[in-house]
Design a protein around this ligand. Structure first.
Ligand code: SF4
Length: 285
């Protein structure tokens, strides 16, 4: 059996386990392609809460992308300030919109659905500030093109599950995962791996003991073999009993009070020695 077919089988098992653990996921378009692209651009190098908030504020202020394109750059900058690097993002966003308008005559990217996936990907990648993850994310979520965006969590999990090389970067991991995942399952696997990486396969202290993927994860199995026993499994350590103390109990001045256990509870093994008092020597007169 070739290496790729073994990995394909492993992917099928992983997907089955993940669906059982987190539920099935079916692709539904997240919105127009240009909207998704702008959202993906705003989510670079920031967390989800900030990118959500920046995007919502931008849409509230400008109802169309034409308005964003023609607005004063400082006005755009103000709306997306919460995402950080606002000046750079605002300039890139307006440059992208102008270029799409020039090339296509309209601010619309739905035509990408009609292109072969590699052409659609290359089209997005030519814009300044759009990398492999942003392009793949836009095509997958908006148009259902089977591209596998790889973020830090998915990369970490794919390495632990030995689906990609230990030294693979996100672009390589994305290509590998695309090649071994059936196109119709790419969306479900991406979303489920993203969820699982956040909840269970965390960077530190992954929850391997509770993980549904333990049977296919040699990294997790090794961790479990070397894990310290839980508190309940650790036998209670008894204090060593010093027999010599018991033996000398009968001779002890403080009657064995230096022992943790009261001397009355201990078996009396020793014996008491009675030393007779000596009379004072009488001097001979
Ligand atoms: S067993 Fe552990 S390392 Fe493997 S996928 Fe699950 S949480 Fe991650």
């Amino acid at each position: 059996m070739s290496r790729d077919s073994t990995k394909r089988e492993k992917i099928a098992r992983i997907l089955k386990h993940l669906e059982r653990a987190h539920g099935k996921r079916t692709w539904v378009s997240s919105g127009p392609c240009l909207d998704e692209l702008v959202y993906a651009m705003l989510s670079q190098n920031t967390n989800m809460a900030n990118s959500d908030s920046g995007y919502r504020q931008l849409r509230r202020k400008f109802s169309t992308w034409t308005q964003v394109m023609n607005a004063d750059v400082r006005d755009v900058q103000r709306q997306i300030a919460v995402c950080g690097l606002a000046r750079m993002r605002a300039r890139r966003l307006q440059a992208l919109l102008r270029r799409i308008k020039e090339e296509r005559g309209a601010l619309d990217l739905q035509f990408l659905a009609t292109l072969p996936p590699p052409d659609a990907y290359d089209y997005l990648m030519q814009f300044h500030g759009i990398g492999p993850k942003t392009a793949a994310y836009t095509l997958l979520f908006s148009l259902g093109v089977p591209m596998f965006p790889v973020d830090n969590g998915i990369l970490r999990m794919a390495k632990r599950l030995r689906l990609v090389r230990a030294k693979a970067r996100d672009a390589e991991a994305s290509r590998t995962l695309e090649s071994i995942t059936p196109p119709k399952k790419v969306y479900a696997l991406h979303v489920l791996m993203f969820t699982h990486a956040k909840k269970m396969c965390r960077p530190r202290n992954p929850k391997c003991g509770e993980c549904a993927l333990l049977e296919v994860c040699s990294y997790g199995q090794r961790r479990m073999r070397h894990a310290p026993p839980s508190e309940l499994e650790i036998p209670l350590r008894k204090r060593p009993v010093i027999l010599s103390r018991w033996m000398s109990d009968g001779l002890s001045n403080n009657n064995g009070d230096d022992l943790a256990t009261p001397s009355s509870d201990l078996p009396r093994v020793g014996f008491r020695v009675q030393v007779p008092l000596r009379p004072n020597p009488v001097r001979a007169g």
